[in-house]
Write a protein that binds this ligand. Structure first.
Ligand SMILES: CC(C)(COP(=O)(O)OP(=O)(O)OC[C@H]1O[C@@H](n2cnc3c(N)ncnc32)[C@H](O)[C@@H]1OP(=O)(O)O)[C@@H](O)C(=O)NCCC(=O)NCCS
Length: 146
């Protein structure tokens, strides 16, 4: 999913080096050990194949203005614009105040998050591994400009 999603934003050698088995194990450990209160939502297609994933849970940022964070959302390109992503974000975040980190220069994700009430908050960081710049977005805080 990452290879398809981030071909424009992350270096090819980083994406080619991703190992799906190790990634699955990292997800399992992360949610069992580090984020026991987190949620993972899976969207499946007609034949039971996974077409989208979202994860969320308590914020990982010490300086966050919200308690809840959308950790990730990914939908296969064939299902973009289908409403799957809307269902995933609704299941993972509902109407809670929340933050998220998104790779900068991702206009589709930016438009999607803005439609769901998020706006750019100001914090930035470098994504470990790929070196891509990420920006933080926030929703439902007093004074936030949408
Ligand atoms: C981000 C993601 C979950 C959104 O799901 P989606 O089904 O594509 O989203 P939608 O089609 O409902 O909404 C996308 C919006 O972007 C708009 N859009 C599409 N391409 C665009 C572009 N190049 N520039 C600006 N807006 C664009 C669409 O018109 C739509 O606008 P609308 O909400 O006003 O109708 C999905 O695109 C995805 O998985 N992308 C790859 C992974 C990723 O970027 N994840 C999030 C960052 S970590």
């Amino acid at each position: 999913m990452w290879r398809e999603a981030y071909a424009d934003n992350m270096p090819a050698d980083f994406l080619e080096g991703l190992d799906p088995v190790k990634a699955a194990e990292r997800w399992r450990l992360r949610f069992e050990m580090d984020e026991p209160d987190g949620v993972v939502v899976v969207a499946t297609g007609r034949d039971g194949e996974i077409v989208g994933l979202a994860s969320a849970g308590p914020t990982r940022d010490g300086d966050s203005l919200t308690d809840w964070e959308l950790y990730s959302i990914n939908v296969l390109a064939a299902h973009h614009g289908s409403g799957v992503a809307d269902q995933l974000i609704t299941a993972a975040v509902a109407d809670r105040p929340a933050t998220l980190w998104v790779v900068r220069d991702n206009p589709r994700a930016d438009a999607f998050y803005r439609r769901h009430g998020f706006s750019v908050e100001g914090a930035t960081k470098i994504h470990e591994g790929s070196g891509a710049t990420e920006i933080r977005m926030i929703r439902n805080m007093a004074g936030a400009a949408n």
